[in-house]
Each structure stands twice: as structure tokens, then as C-alpha cells.
Write a protein of this length. Structure first.
Lengths: 110, 117
């Protein structure tokens, strides 16, 4: 059974700082997704990572995938308050299933 | 049109009521999904429709009944729900159950917040 673990689950950081969050998964998969969710809102797609070594960047966020280690990272550069949200990674678990991690609640303090 | 539209946005229903949630997409996606998300938890898959046929039912209680009348529309019929069924119900779609779905990922709707009283 595919399990997806994120750490940390809670992060409070100061504006301007950098940080890396992690997503591990238990079985082989070639699809990994990062989503952002604001309170009471739906999921916003951030990144789709499909191959080993894939790296994608959008603004202050950069995601990477190491399929051999079954690990994805989401790096935050020079955090700003607007990045405060919950971040989920999700892994393709078979042809149609998407298994989510528990999510990481990020709070960026001024 | 690059959106998944869900209605209603909010729904309050009694335990004896029958109601339906609606999801619509006009992106030509051939896979559609229902997810349930409890507060402070990740989304959990309920159902998957591929080419308008039910392909996955994650052992969901029969008080939830999905329906896919056509390739653009997905319904979730609710009957005799319990208070613990209160949650955010998310609909999603992807271009294809396999293959190029990976390239485009999944598009989620804004959700229906359901409260069962």
C-alpha cells in the first residue's frame, strides 16, 4: 500500500528566510504533485514532477524529485507572508489513484 | 474553459434529506474524481470515473451514490447521511486516467462544504 509522508507537518518561519520541506513515499511511482491549499479553499496545483531528477521552479518555490530515493523536496526561498498555506504532496498510486500526504501547514511571520 | 465547477458551494442537510452535489468540466477530460476532505486532513479518494464508467469505489458507504451522466458532468447523490459525513467534497478531473494525465495533473474544483445536522 502506497504511503506518503511529509515533514515537517507544521512550520513557522520568518519572512526572508529559506527552508526545505520533504515528501517521502513508500512504493515506486513516476508521478508526484505538489498542491497548495488556503483555509476553506480548494487545491491549487503547484508542480507536476514526472521523472527522476526533475526540478521545477515557480517564484519563490522550487520542487525536485528523486525517484530512486522516493523523495521530493519543496524549497522555499526568501519566504513572504503570502506563502502561508497548507502544502500537500501527492503521489500517483496506480493508474488513477492519487495518494496525499498529511500536508504541511506553513506560517510565514513578518 | 480550464475550470472544474462545483455546486452548491455550501450545503446544510438533515440526516433524512436527499441532496445532490454537482461537478462540471468542459476541458474534455475523460477521468473525474470525488474526494472527501475533513478539517485539517488530506483529501481522501472516494470514486473515480473513467470514460463515464465507475472504475474505483474506495469502499464508500452506499449513502453516497455517484453518477456520471456524460463526459462533462459528475454528480454525487447523498441520502441518510450522518453528522460525521460533514466535510469538504472536492471534485477533480484529469485528461485521461493514464498516459497524458501525468503531464497535466489533476484540476480540482472549489469544493462543496457539506454540513449534516
Amino acid at each position: 500500500e502506497l504511503k506518503v509522508e511529509q515533514n515537517p507537518l507544521f512550520l513557522s518561519m520568518q519572512e526572508g528566510k529559506n527552508y526545505t520541506i520533504y515528501c517521502n513515499y513508500s512504493t515506486t511511482s513516476d508521478r508526484l504533485y505538489w498542491y497548495r491549499q488556503d483555509p476553506g479553499k480548494s487545491l491549487e496545483s503547484l508542480f507536476v514532477l514526472l521523472s527522476n531528477g526533475a526540478v521545477k521552479q515557480e517564484g519563490r518555490l522550487m520542487a525536485s524529485l528523486d525517484t530512486k530515493a522516493r523523495l521530493s523536496t519543496l524549497h522555499i526561498t526568501a519566504a513572504v507572508h503570502d506563502l502561508s498555506a497548507t502544502y500537500f504532496c501527492a503521489v500517483g498510486g496506480g493508474s488513477e489513484k492519487l495518494v496525499f500526504g498529511k500536508g504541511m501547514k506553513l506560517t510565514v511571520n513578518p | 474553459d480550464t475550470e472544474v465547477t462545483q455546486t452548491p458551494k455550501h450545503l446544510v442537510m438533515g440526516m433524512t434529506n436527499k441532496k445532490s452535489l454537482k461537478c462540471e468540466q468542459h476541458m474534455g477530460h475523460r477521468a473525474m474524481y470525488w474526494y472527501k476532505q475533513k478539517a485539517k486532513k488530506p483529501p481522501e479518494l472516494m470514486f473515480v470515473y473513467s470514460y463515464e464508467k465507475l472504475s474505483i469505489n474506495e469502499s464508500v458507504p452506499s449513502r453516497f451514490s455517484p453518477e456520471c451522466p456524460n463526459s462533462s458532468l459528475l454528480n454525487l447523490h447523498l441520502h441518510a447521511l450522518q453528522p460525521e459525513d460533514s466535510a469538504l467534497y472536492l471534485c477533480a478531473s484529469s485528461p485521461h486516467p493514464t498516459g497524458r494525465a501525468e503531464v497535466y495533473g489533476y484540476t480540482f474544483g472549489s469544493g462543496t462544504r457539506l454540513t449534516v445536522v
